[in-house]
Design a protein around this ligand. Structure first.
Ligand code: NAD
Length: 498
C-alpha cells in the first residue's frame, strides 16, 4: 500500500501536483507519495500563520483554552499511538520497540507537560525599584515570539517535532512546521490530529519541501519572528545567514561528537550496557550518540571484551519485528556516509574490533543495514574522532588519569553531551564541572525529561529545548515600568523642566 499525504495549510489539507516519493529504508521500496510545497504554498503558509497570530481567535484565547487545545493533541497522539509507531518505524527504520516505548509516548507527554505548565511559566513577575532617583514598579511579562518556523531532522521525526510544537503552541505562537523530506509522514499525520483538536486555522501549518528549496524563503521572510532548528551544523550555519537578513530569534540544536568516560571504579556491567545504548540505539543516529568512549587503562581490556561481545549479539532485523534491536540507517546516502567514515578510520590506523560492513544477512540485503561497529585504539588526530558519523560506530580510546580523560573529552568542536561512569559521586561532580558540554549524564544515558532543559555548547548550538528555559525560548520578555514615586515627580520632570 502506498500512502498519500497532503500539506496542511490554513486549516486545510492541500494536495499539490508536484509529489515526492518516500521510501522504506528496510526494503528500499516506495511507501508514500507526498505533496511538495511550491513557492505559492510557502507564501500561503506564511500568510496563514501571520494572520492567525495577528488576528485570529488564537490570539484572544485564554490560557485555559490554549491548554485544552494542546491536551487534545496529546490525547490524539495516544489514541493513534500504535498506528504512529508503525508509521515511524516504516519511514525511519527504527525498531518498533523504540517507537512504541520511546518516540510516540514521549511525543504525547511533551504536549501534556507544556499544556499543564504554561500558566506557571507565563506568570508575570513584579519588581519594585526603590533607588535614590526613583521609585518604580516593573512588570515582566512573557509574550509569544509570534510566527515561528520549526525545522526538524529525520532521526526523531515525531518526537523532535512534538518537543518544538508543544512549547511553541503553549507559549501562544503560530507555526510553520517543516519536517525532513526524508521522514515527513508522522508530522503530516500529526496535522490530522491537530485538525481534529479544533485549533483555529492557520495556527499550525505543515509544509513538505527540500530544505534548499524552501529554506531561504522561510528563514529570511520579515513576517517570521523565530526559527527553531534542529539538524546539522552545515545547515544551521546557512539558516543563521538567512535569518540575519531580517534579524530573527534563533535556537540551534546542532550536531555532536559526545564522549563517555569510564573510570576504573565503574560498575562494568552497567557501563557496558549503558554504552551499548549510547551508541547503538536508533542505529547510532542520535545527536547525543556517545561516539567517543574513553576507558581507564586498568579496565580497558575487560571493558572492550565485554562491549565487543555484546555488540556482536545485537540483533539486526526488520523494524516491524519486536525482536529487532537494530534497524537500517535512514537512507542509502546515510549508509554511504557511514561506510566512507569507516574506510577513513581504517586508513588512518584505527583497529576494527567488530562490524565495519553492511549486514551479511540475505533477507536484509535490500535495506540500508550496517553492522554495529567498534574501533579501538582511536587517537585524537583521526577523522573518526573529530567528525560526527551519525551511525552505529563507536570509537574507543584509553586514558590514564582523570585530567587526561577531561582533555580528550573536551578536544572537540562540539559540546552537546557527555556520560560519566563511576561509583564515586565526588569524582562525578568534579569531572562534570570540567566538561564543556550542555548535558552530563552520570551512570545513565539519554535521559531527556520535559522538566529540564537540554541543549549544546560550542558548535553544538545555542538555546535550550524542554524545561522552563526551553519553553521560555518561544517567548519574548516585556518590561513595563511605571513610576510610583509618592509626593514627588520623577527626575524626568526636572531635567529640562525649567
Ligand atoms: P539536516 O541539517 O540535513 O536537516 C535538518 C532539517 O533542515 C531538515 O528538515 C532539512 O530538510 C532542513 N534543511 C536542509 N537544508 C536546509 C536549508 N538550506 N534551509 C533550511 N532548512 C534546510 O540534518 P538531518 O540530516 O536531518 O539530521 C541529522 C543532524 O541533526 C545531525 O547532525 C544531528 O546531530 C542533528 N541533530 C541534533 C539534535 C540536537 O538536539 N542537537 C537532535 C537531533 C539531530
Amino acid at each position: 500500500m502506498i500512502y498519500n499525504y497532503s500539506l496542511f495549510i490554513d486549516g486545510k489539507f492541500l494536495e499539490t501536483k508536484n509529489k515526492q516519493q518516500v521510501f522504506n529504508p528496510a526494503t528500499g521500496e516506495c511507501i508514500a507519495e507526498v505533496s511538495i510545497a511550491a513557492g505559492n504554498d510557502i507564501e500561503s503558509a506564511i500568510n496563514a500563520a501571520r494572520r492567525a497570530f495577528d488576528e485570529s481567535p488564537w490570539k484572544k484565547s485564554s490560557l485555559a483554552e490554549r491548554k485544552e487545545y494542546i491536551l487534545k493533541i496529546s490525547q490524539g497522539i495516544l489514541e493513534k499511538a500504535q498506528e504512529l509507531a508503525s508509521l515511524e518505524s516504516l519511514n525511519t527504520g527504527k525498531p518498533i520497540k523504540e517507537t512504541t516505548f520511546m518516540d510516540i509516548p514521549s511525543s504525547a507527554a511533551a504536549f501534556d507537560h507544556f499544556a499543564n505548565h504554561l500558566e506557571e511559566f507565563l506568570a508575570a513577575e513584579n519588581v519594585e525599584i526603590n533607588s535614590q532617583i526613583a521609585n518604580a514598579k516593573s512588570t515582566l511579562s512573557r509574550e509569544p515570539q509570534g510566527v515561528v518556523v520549526l525545522i526538524a531532522p529525520w532521526n526523531y521525526p515525531l518526537l523532535i517535532t512534538s518537543w518544538k510544537l508543544s512549547q511553541a503552541l503553549a507559549a501562544g505562537n503560530t507555526v510553520i512546521l517543516k519536517p525532513s523530506s526524508l521522514t515527513p509522514l508522522t508530522a503530516l499525520e500529526l496535522g490530522k490530529i491537530i485538525h481534529n483538536a479544533g485549533l483555529p486555522s492557520g495556527v499550525v501549518n505543515i509544509i513538505n519541501a527540500g530544505g534548499e528549496a524552501c529554506g531561504k524563503t522561510l528563514c529570511s521572510d520579515k513576517r517570521i519572528d523565530m526559527i527553531s532548528f534542529t539538524g546539522s551544523n552545515a545547515v544551521g550555519k546557512k539558516i543563521m545567514e538567512y535569518a540575519s537578513a531580517n534579524v530573527k530569534k534563533l535556537t540551534m540544536e546542532l550536531g555532536g561528537k559526545s564522549a563517555s568516560i569510564i573510570l576504573k571504579d565503574a560498575d562494568i556491567e552497567l557501563a557496558v550496557n549503558g554504552s551499548l545504548c549510547s551508541i547503538f540505539l536508533n542505529q547510532g543516529q542520535m545527536c547525543t550518540a556517545m561516539s567517543r568512549i574513553f576507558v581507564q587503562d586498568e579496565i580497558y581490556d575487560n571493558f572492550v571484551n565485554d562491549f565487543v561481545a555484546k555488540a556482536k549479539r545485537i540483533k539486526l532485523g526488520k523494524p516491524e519485528d519486536f525482536e529487532t534491536q537494530m534497524g537500517p540507517l535512514v537512507s542509502k546516502a546515510q549508509l554511504e556516509k557511514v561506510i566512507s567514515y569507516v574506510e577513513k578510520g581504517k586508513k588512518e590506523g584505527a583497529k576494527i574490533a567488530c562490524g565495519g560492513k553492511t549486514s551479511q544477512d540475505f533477507s536484509l540485503k535490500q535495506g540500508f543495514f550496517f553492522e554495529p561497529t567498534i574501533f579501538v585504539d582511536v587517537t585524537k588526530d583521526m577523522t573518526i574522532f573529530k567528525e560526527e558519523i551519525f551511525g552505529p560506530v563507536a570509537c574507543i580510546s584509553k586514558f590514564k588519569t582523570e585530567n587526561e580523560a577531561i582533555t580528550l573529552a573536551n578536544a572537540s568542536d562540539f559540546g552537546l553531551a557527555a556520560c560519566l561512569w563511576t561509583k564515586s559521586h565526588e569524582a562525578a561532580g568534579r569531572i562534570a564541572k570540567s566538561l564543556n558540554t550542555g548535558t552530563v549524564w552520570i551512570n545513565t544515558y539519554g535521559m531527556f525529561f520535559n522538566e529540564v532543559p537540554y541543549g549544546g555548547f560550542k558548535q553544538s548550538g545555542f538555546g535550550k529545548e524542554l524545561g522552563r528555559e526551553g519553553f521560555l525560548e518561544y517567548t519574548r520578555l516585556k518590561n513595563v515600568i511605571m513610576d510610583i514615586t509618592k509626593e514627588a515627580k520623577p527626575l524626568v520632570n526636572y531635567w529640562y523642566g525649567f
